[in-house]
Write a protein that binds this ligand. Sequence first.
Ligand code: HEC
Length: 120
Amino acid sequence: MHLIRSSLLFWAVLLAAAPAVGADADHGKALFQACVACHTEKPDAMGPSLKGVFGRKTAALEDFRYSNAMKRANLVWDEASLRSYLVDPQVLVKGNRMPFSGLRDPKDVDDVLAYLETFK
Ligand code: HEC
């Protein structure tokens, strides 16, 4: 009996750990709820829409008033630039006005990136 129980525990741990291998877009979607506080499709949203942000240039949306720092950044939002921006927004685009301190856990960054790639 003891053996069965411990082998069940083994599988439970293994299954729980499974999504941690590779980026997890579902977890990224959950984390993205923190971004949705500002990033929505609404015209009065505090931040620009992030739909299709992957591959888009910085400050590309006509109907959003970006800061001068963001307008001058002249970058493409790809995996490398988004990763840097999400870890610490003030390092990549100094003086931009996104009031977000950054994602501390590199795994969370991977997951948010995996989600953003599907967010079109
Ligand atoms: C408290 C509000 C707020 C939160 C929370 C927030 N952002 Fe932002 N974000 C902004 C604002 C405002 C800007 C525009 C900055 C500027 O123009 O300087 C911005 C800009 C951006 C841009 C550049 C978009 C473009 O069109 O160039 C990206 C990418 C981005 N945010 C991603 C995220 C992600 C991902 C999250 C969640 C992990 C997040 N933001 C959380 C307010 C926020």
